[in-house]
Design a binder for this molecule. Structure first.
Ligand SMILES: [Zn+2]
Length: 253
């Protein structure tokens, strides 16, 4: 049976400071052996590198996340370029546009600059979206970016197809464990298996039944079970594809 990789989790967040080693052990116990940990603010990047050295199989990325728009300063882009130059990053992320966060024009400016850096360093991007899927696709096309993942994808089948045509993968996690997420569940059941990545977004986006609790990579099996139910392929094939798709996108291994 193929191992599992959590393709999107914030294991550097303070929410795991008390029990990081135990949390990783629980993940290993259910077969999650690798993690992609995106960066969200300039202040947090050094810690991400430090933790990566301490734990096994952390694959890290650097980016300026729209949630923290008020913390990003102009020289952070230059510092991002330096981080990427230093090496060790599997992607530029987490970056994106969030219509529920302030200052959308500053968000766009930052996203544009970070897409440019991804192109320059030939790295895939990890994209965050909220009510911005179509807008962001335009920017991605303009920047000529053809590799990346739309993290926590929720959208129509047509939107999914447009992103897949652009060369993107769709991140699948807690969302599909909720019955009410009908549109997304239907979309995920129909897109090519090669376009899916499995993720938790820990410590956020709790699985159904765990609302209000901290999320962690060990719970990824719930999203996987939901995915097994949605897909027609045999379980082994789904599991192996999720592993392969992630390794391929981030050039791991
Ligand atoms: Zn995230």
């Amino acid at each position: 049976m193929a191992a599992l990789i959590d393709s999107h989790c914030h294991l550097d967040f303070a929410a795991f400071d008390e029990d990081r080693a135990e949390m990783l052990m629980r993940a290993h116990q259910v077969g999650v052996t690798h993690f992609v940990v995106p960066g969200v603010t300039q202040k947090q990047w050094p810690r991400l590198r430090e933790l990566q050295k301490r734990y096994q199989n952390w694959h890290i990325a650097f980016g300026l996340h729209p949630y923290f728009i008020e913390q990003h300063e102009e020289n952070h882009l230059e510092m991002l370029s330096q981080q990427l130059h230093e090496g060790g990053a599997v992607a530029v992320g987490e970056i994106g546009l969030d219509a529920t966060c302030p200052d959308i024009s500053k968000q766009k400016e930052l996203l544009k600059a970070q897409l440019k850096l991804a192109a320059e360093f030939e790295l895939p991007v990890i994209l965050h979206h909220r009510k911005t899927l179509d807008e962001m696709l335009k920017m991605v096309k303009q920047a000529g970016i053809e590799h990346g993942v739309v993290h926590a994808f929720s959208g129509s089948q047509q939107q999914a197809e447009h992103w897949i045509e652009q060369g993107f993968k769709l991140g699948v996690g807690g969302v599909i464990t909720y019955d009410r997420a009908n549109k997304t569940r239907t979309t995920i059941s129909k897109v090519p298996l090669q376009s899916l990545l499995l993720e938790t977004d820990s410590p956020d986006m709790p699985m159904c039944g765990k609302q209000g609790e901290r999320n962690e990579p060990a719970y990824i099996t719930r999203a996987l079970d939901a995915l097994y139910e949605l897909r027609e392929e045999p379980r082994d094939q789904v599991r192996a594809a999720l592993w392969q798709n992630t390794l391929q996108l981030f050039k791991i291994g």
